[in-house]
Design a binder for this molecule. Structure first.
Ligand SMILES: [Fe+2]
Length: 308
């Protein structure tokens, strides 16, 4: 499909939504009928660990995803509890990745695409095969920490937010790749996934004592290069959805025709009792999202509270 046609289609679909809001009949021609082309599960912040019965609980989540009959799973990072702290030894890193592998074996028939979370990297074992990002790529079976792929008319861009000096942004090399990748895929609807949110309101409600004021928000909550992203998004209206995790809170920000979904956490309060004694982090209970993607570039989504 040519880009012009896609925009026409997307514009037409938007008009249809506006019409349906005032209860008028949709004039969609049969060949342009809105059709679901993909069903996706977005899991993020699994933080798998041997404690708190986490593996059995995660498997319950994966069983539900299996029953949901999704076409693919997007894994938003922080797959393991934490390898990044100073006191972590190799045995613990191996134990965590073993928990991960044993769990995801359940969904081995569903394609899974992952990004790197800040807690996935082990920084203590310099020279070891598990050290840093190469170690995580190995465990997740990835060639690169950022990449893209196509599936059923949609283009998926997987970003690495873990900038070595300033987490929550892309380095120059990745940024140039991103801009080029968007340019080369103007004829498809685009979904982006990052670990850190590109744009989120959680920085307001998840206020921490280290902030100077209630509305001063660190790069943990909004990518530090969000203004650059917004410029690119404004010129490329085929970019529709941006998924993230990291905060363990559930929010949805719609800005300038792009939807930014920060999709809670499979682990809730890192599998621990949490703020409600049932593993909630603040008001967000453990969950994953089911996202339906349509041929006209639209989508719908639902957060599944699999332990509720
Ligand atoms: Fe996390």
């Amino acid at each position: 499909m040519k880009r012009r046609d896609l925009i026409k289609k997307i514009g037409f679909a938007a008009g249809t939504v506006a019409l349906s809001n005032v209860a008028m009949a949709s004039p969609v021609a049969s060949d342009q009928k809105k059709r679901r082309v993909l069903k996706v599960a977005h899991i993020t912040d699994v933080h798998i660990r041997p404690e708190y019965n986490a593996m059995a609980r995660f498997k319950k989540c994966l069983e539900m995803i299996k029953k949901d009959k999704v076409d693919l799973i997007l894994n938003g990072g922080d797959s393991i509890y934490a390898a990044d702290y100073d006191n972590i030894k190799k045995d613990r890193v191996l134990e965590l990745w073993s928990c991960w592998k044993k769990s995801v074996e359940l969904v081995k028939d569903i394609p899974m695409y992952s990004v790197l979370g800040n807690h996935d990297m082990w920084w203590q074992g310099k020279g070891d095969e598990l050290f840093g990002k190469p170690g995580v790529l190995k465990m997740l079976g990835l060639k690169n920490s950022y990449y893209s792929f196509d599936k059923n008319d949609w283009h998926f861009i997987m970003l690495d937010s873990n900038h070595p000096q300033t987490p929550g942004m892309l380095d120059e090399e990745q940024w140039n790749w991103f801009v080029q990748d968007v340019k080369s895929n103007a004829d498809k609807a685009i979904l982006i996934m990052s670990h850190y949110p590109l744009l989120s309101c959680t920085g307001i409600v998840d206020n921490k004592p280290d902030f100077i004021g209630p509305f001063k928000v660190s790069g943990s909550y909004n990518h530090l290069d969000i203004m650059k992203f917004i410029e690119v998004f404004n010129k490329n209206k085929n970019i529709k959805v941006c998924l993230s995790g990291h905060i363990h809170l559930l929010d949805k920000v719609w800005y300038n025709d792009v939807n930014f979904l920060c999709n809670g956490a499979v682990s809730g309060f890192w599998w621990e009792p949490g703020d409600d004694n049932k593993s909630s982090y603040k008001q967000t209970v453990p969950g994953y999202s089911i996202i339906n993607l349509y041929n006209d570039g639209s989508f719908d989504d639902e957060y599944i509270k699999y332990e509720a």
